[in-house]
Design a protein around this ligand. Structure first.
Ligand code: OAD
Length: 233
């Protein structure tokens, strides 16, 4: 298969993952019939204005998501990627399952649901307690309100993660787009960047083609496609 041949010959492989990679761990995706954005309105829960308006409501939703994620385990897709430390890994997921599977140095462009950040002084801490004892939680340093350390609609991406993601894409020979609808910018543009700047071969792994700029589409569950695709044997 062409994609396998390209992967074997590649010097730099980059993988970009989305919610579909954690679906087989039981974590809901955002779009599609069972997606979170079909049941909840992002403007009520995932914007700075929503947090300003009703921090408790926003935190209740994140606390619920944290509990679901805490009960989940990495699946074969996370493990197949963790077994390939030579592949630069960019994720839109905030669940931390790539790290739990053993991936190091994950470029988390949409932040991390386990990080709490003070809206007043910016101090951050990682706290995996579920449920959180007080909503909203408060900063130990200054007493300010803490928010989830994730990127909300209308916010810029964390500068360092975004710089690293762009650099990785610009040097990729093969760029894997795994389990993402490729609908959310600027991250959805990384595959195009990889093609344009480094003439990367773009392979999409998804249940259905997402309309990304893929040269090849491997249709199926990430947990079934990746172990074989990334196996070096
Ligand atoms: P989406 O929910 O938009 O897309 C999930 C994709 O995964 C879809 O294309 C599905 O077809 C595919 N999929 C589902 N199950 C799969 C499986 N087992 N194997 C392979 N593919 C599967 O999720 P994202 O593209 O990650 O942003 O969404 C991007 C961003 O939108 C998220 O990071 C989040 C959301 O608003 C923030 O929170 C900032």
């Amino acid at each position: 298969m062409e994609s396998r041949r390209r992967l074997r010959g590649a010097r730099r492989i980059v993988a970009l993952t989305g919610a579909g990679v954690s679906a087989e761990s039981g974590i809901p995706t955002f779009r599609g019939p069972d997606g979170l954005w079909n049941q909840f309105r992002p403007e009520d829960l995932a914007t700075p204005q929503a947090f300003e308006r009703d921090p408790v409501l926003v935190w209740e939703w994140y606390d619920w998501r944290r509990a679901r994620i805490a009960a989940a385990e990495p699946n074969p897709a996370h493990r197949a990627l963790a077994a390939r430390p030579d592949i630069a890994l960019i994720t839109q997921n905030v669940d931390g399952l790539h790290a739990l599977a053993g991936s190091r140095d994950v470029i988390a462009v949409h932040g991390d649901i386990w990080t709490l950040r003070c809206v007043d002084c910016g101090a951050e801490r990682v706290d995996r307690t579920v449920p959180l004892p007080e909503l909203p939680p408060h900063c130990a340093a200054c007493g300010g309100r803490q928010r989830p350390g994730v990127v909300w609609f209308g916010e810029p991406l964390p500068a360092d993660a975004w710089r690293r993601a762009g650099e990785a894409a610009a040097h990729a020979d093969v760029f894997l787009v795994i389990g993402t609808s490729s609908r959310v910018q600027p991250v959805a543009g990384l595959a195009g960047l990889a093609k344009l700047v480094s003439r990367a071969w773009v392979v999409e792994v998804n249940l259905e083609p997402s309309g990304s700029e893929a040269d090849a589409i491997l249709q199926g569950k990430a947990g079934e496609v990746l172990p074989d695709l990334l196996d070096r044997g």
